[in-house]
Design a binder for this molecule. Structure first.
Ligand SMILES: [Fe+2]
Ligand SMILES: [Fe+2]
Length: 470
């Protein structure tokens, strides 16, 4: 199953050369992808040498190759985890039966929708982040940004491979549409809300990679359980790359927080902004924003779509094998729901609650990251605690949308919300201040004033390595 970076036009471990029709179709899509990359990918850095990781196989030891590469020459490839010939449906109504190698006719539309929705997020995030290279706080961070960007490009390839291989002409059309929608565009927006929000500075970028990429982890994990085996196999490998994106986010915020603490202690009044840092209350506001946008990505709290996707074996739970029961007929999930405008805690049939079940796992994972930030603050001897807001706060999708809740989950009237939201979410002044800090630092071993250096470099290299040849 191993495929070292080969000299085929499209590196792959799916024996693309053995299916000439498919190979031709993907080779025809490739120049469209490159055009999109040049037009909508990172602005201004396409001709520079960047020290990047490229996936070359799926072997646990040595799946990646690190070297300088110009981004348009990046070897975007197609890599699926090896097939387990004995794999069976691990959940749902088909449990115990062999998994599918082809798309079952009755689930064709729902599967295509799942793949397109996931696929759409990948180029969307590249578009959202395309101008950040102009204001990177260090060469190390600049390189990490581009690493995330090229891998999101590869994730798009992963979904396009499935569309081209298994969905015929519809799939090819969807693959073209994935290059035609634009993040934030009024006429042709990306499919999901958070992927149309501007990521206009590095604090938002770190929050995005912490919280929004982590939604990706949970969606991919649920699809990695799919009874449609090619989808499961491609998602499993995508998760390997995704881990680095969340590292960029979690460690990025951690360094902002550490710097804030250092500056608080350095100033007699503890004034972080006076020293061009990002104060902890502002960090908290951006967390409120990106966390709530990311919670929306899990969909409605009570959902018949979620029930159907589970019943038919298309989408499982996070780490399905950790559960004892995999059919979920007759079981319930206790959760808050809205009834006649009031919050009530009640039992919901489990299959219908699966979006909320996945969201609950995600929230626990986010909390672990926030705990590590709080440990940094404590270690610095500063008294401040960063918190995740209530899952009802600032929601635009699902049953809490159109309602008003404080970060602690207290239900509010609209007037109170309007009077308070500027203290909870970034206001214009915060956004202007953060943007005023965004000045590029392209000298080796130098960092912007508002962020602490990383604990270590990339791939065992020193922190002052020339990660980008400016
Ligand atoms: Fe991705
Ligand atoms: Fe990602």
């Amino acid at each position: 199953m191993s495929t070292i970076l080969n000299d085929e036009k499209i590196p792959n471990n799916v024996n693309l050369g053995g299916d000439k029709r498919l190979q031709r179709a993907l080779e025809a899509w490739q120049p469209h992808f490159i055009d999109w990359w040049k037009q909508m990918g990172p602005t201004g850095w396409q001709e520079r040498d960047i020290y990047l990781r490229t996936a070359t196989s799926v072997e646990a030891n040595g799946w990646a190759h690190f070297d300088y590469v110009k981004m348009p020459d990046y070897r975007w490839g197609i890599f699926l985890e090896p097939k387990d010939p004995n794999r069976v449906h691990a959940f749902g109504d088909n449990m115990g039966q062999p998994v599918w190698d082809e798309v079952p006719g009755e689930f064709r539309n729902s599967l295509r929708r799942l793949i397109v929705t996931q696929g759409d997020t990948e180029p969307a995030s590249v578009e959202q982040q395309r101008d950040l290279g102009a204001t990177a706080p260090s060469l190390y961070d600049l390189r990490n940004l581009f690493q995330v960007n090229v891998e999101e490009g590869r994730h798009l390839w992963a979904m396009v491979y499935l569309l081209h291989t298994y969905f015929g002409r519809d799939g090819r059309e969807e693959a073209e549409e994935l290059l035609a929608r634009r993040s934030g565009d009024a006429d042709k927006p990306r499919i999901l809300g958070a992927f149309n929000e501007p990521t206009s500075h590095w604090l938002s970028f770190f929050m995005f990679t912490m919280f929004t990429d982590r939604d990706g982890k949970y969606q991919l994990s649920a699809l990695a359980e799919s009874g449609f085996d090619p989808l499961a196999r491609t998602c499993r490998f995508m998760l390997t790359e995704e881990a680095h994106h969340m590292f960029v986010g979690e460690s990025g915020v951690q360094r902002v927080v550490k710097r804030a603490c250092e500056l608080m202690k350095a100033d007699p009044n503890g004034d972080v902004r006076a020293q061009r840092g990002i104060d902890l209350p502002t960090v908290q506001k951006y967390l409120h924003l990106w966390y709530s946008l990311s919670l929306d990505l899990f969909g409605g709290e009570v959902s018949s779509n979620a029930a159907d996707a589970f019943a038919s074996g298309l989408k499982g739970r996070y780490k399905e094998d950790r559960y004892d029961e995999h059919k979920l007929v007759g079981s319930h999930f206790a959760m808050d729901v809205l009834e006649a405008g009031k919050v009530v805690h009640k039992d919901i049939p489990m299959r219908n609650a699966l979006n909320e079940v996945l969201r609950t796992e995600y929230i626990k994972d986010c909390q672990r990251g926030v705990d590590r930030w709080n440990k940094t603050i404590k270690d610095e001897g500063v008294e401040f605690v960063i918190t995740l807001p209530s899952n009802k706060f600032h929601r635009q999708i699902g049953m809490w949308s159109g309602q008003y809740f404080s970060p602690t989950g207290e239900q509010l009237d609209e007037a109170t919300w309007n009077a308070s939201k500027g203290a909870w979410l970034p206001n214009d002044a915060d956004e202007t201040y953060i943007k005023s800090l965004m000045k590029p630092v392209y000298e080796r071993a130098k960092m912007a004033s508002w962020i602490a250096p990383p604990a270590k470099g990339i791939n065992g290299l020193p922190e002052d390595f020339e990660y980008v040849r400016v």
